[in-house]
Design a protein around this ligand. Structure first.
Ligand SMILES: Nc1ncnc2c1ncn2[C@@H]1O[C@H](COP(=O)(O)OP(=O)(O)OP(=O)(O)O)[C@@H](O)[C@H]1O
Ligand SMILES: [Mg+2]
Length: 261
C-alpha cells in the first residue's frame, strides 16, 4: 500500500510539489497520474524514486518511508522509468535487460535474470525479435519498449512510469497498458503511470490522480476525475466526457482550446 503524506519538493527555493497527500493506493491497481505540462508530475515521481530531495513529508510503501531508505534498499522495491528514452548505448537489448535485472540486485538469488526470463519479458512486450539488436540502432518506440522490459524484469513493489507510451503507436499503447494491468495484478504491484492521453487513462487505469501546480485536485475512479468540469478548470479545454454503450468513457473536444496562459 502506498501513501503520500504532506509531500513538498522544491528546486532550490522554488516550490513545485506543495503539501501533497494522496492515497492509500492499493496493490494490484494501475493509477494514472494526470495534469498539464509543468504541473509537477515528473517532479513527484522523481521525488518518490529518491532522485530529488524531499523538503518535507513522507512516501510510505507498506508503512516504510521511501524517502529515508538508502538508494540500494529503495532500488530493490521501486522502479522508475524516466520520461526521456533510455540512453542509446551500444549494448544489445538482451544484455541491457540483464544489466537492469541485476542493477537492483543485492541478493544474487533474489532476481531471476535467466535468458528464458529475459526472453519471456521481451516476448510479453512483443519485442523478442529485437533481443540481439543494438539499443543505439532502435527506433524511439522500440527503445521505449526496451525501457519497459528493463523496468518489468525487476518486479518491484512500486512501479513509477513517466509517460511510457509517448513514443508508441496506438496498437502498442493498448498492448502495454494491458500488460501493465496484468503484471500489476499478478504481482500485486502498485503502478503509477503518467499519461497525457486522457482516453487511455479513462479506459485502462483503475484510478486517477489529477494534479495542478503541484497540488492534488482529484483522486478517484478515472471517470470521476476526468470530467468536463475538471478539464475546463485544469486543462482549460472545453470538452465533454461521454460513456458509450460498452461502459467506456471518452473525451470529446467541443470548442477551440483556450490560449495557453
Ligand atoms: N531540474 C529542474 N530545475 C528547476 N526547475 C525544474 C526542473 N525540472 C522541472 N522544473 C520545473 O518544475 C515544474 C514542474 O516540472 P515537471 O517536469 O515536474 O512537470 P510535468 O508535470 O512532468 O510536465 P510535463 O507534462 O511537461 O512532463 C516546471 O515548472 C518546470 O519548469
Ligand atoms: Mg513530465
Amino acid at each position: 500500500m502506498l501513501q503520500i503524506q504532506d509531500l513538498s519538493v522544491a528546486y532550490g527555493h522554488r516550490p513545485i510539489i506543495r503539501n501533497l497527500s494522496a492515497g492509500p493506493l492499493l496493490p494490484g491497481r494501475v493509477v494514472s497520474l494526470l495534469g498539464p505540462n509543468g504541473s509537477g508530475k515528473s517532479t513527484l515521481l522523481k521525488a518518490m524514486a529518491g532522485l530529488l530531495k524531499v523538503a518535507r513529508g513522507q512516501v510510505l510503501l507498506d508503512g516504510q518511508d521511501l524517502t529515508k531508505l538508502s538508494f540500494e534498499r529503495r532500488a530493490q522495491r521501486v522502479v522508475y522509468l524516466p520520461q526521456s528514452l533510455p540512453a542509446a548505448v551500444h549494448l544489445r537489448v538482451f544484455e541491457s535487460v540483464m544489466v537492469a535485472a541485476r542493477a537492483s540486485d543485492l541478493d544474487p538469488h533474489a532476481q531471476d535474470a535467466s535468458p528464458q526470463r529475459i526472453l519471456e519479458v521481451l516476448g510479453r512486450l512483443g519485442i523478442e525479435h529485437l533481443a540481439m539488436h543494438y539499443l543505439d540502432q532502435l527506433s524511439g518506440g522500440q527503445k521505449q519498449l526496451v525501457g519497459l522490459a528493463q523496468a518489468l524484469i525487476r518486479t518491484p513493489r512500486l512501479l513509477l512510469l513517466d509517460e511510457p507510451l509517448s513514443a508508441l503507436d496506438l496498437n502498442y499503447q493498448c498492448h502495454v497498458m494491458d500488460l501493465l494491468a496484468q503484471e500489476t495484478r499478478e504481482h500485486g504491484l502498485t503502478t503509477l503511470i503518467v499519461l497525457h492521453d486522457l482516453n487511455i487513462a479513462l479506459q485502462r487505469s483503475d484510478e486517477a490522480l489529477l494534479i495542478r501546480e503541484g497540488a492534488l485536485v482529484g483522486h478517484g475512479r478515472p471517470d470521476q476525475v476526468v470530467t468536463a468540469e475538471s478539464l475546463a478548470a485544469v486543462y482549460q479545454v472545453d470538452a465533454r466526457v461521454e460513456t458509450c454503450s460498452r461502459g467506456l468513457s471518452h473525451v470529446l473536444i467541443d470548442g477551440l482550446c483556450a490560449p495557453a496562459s
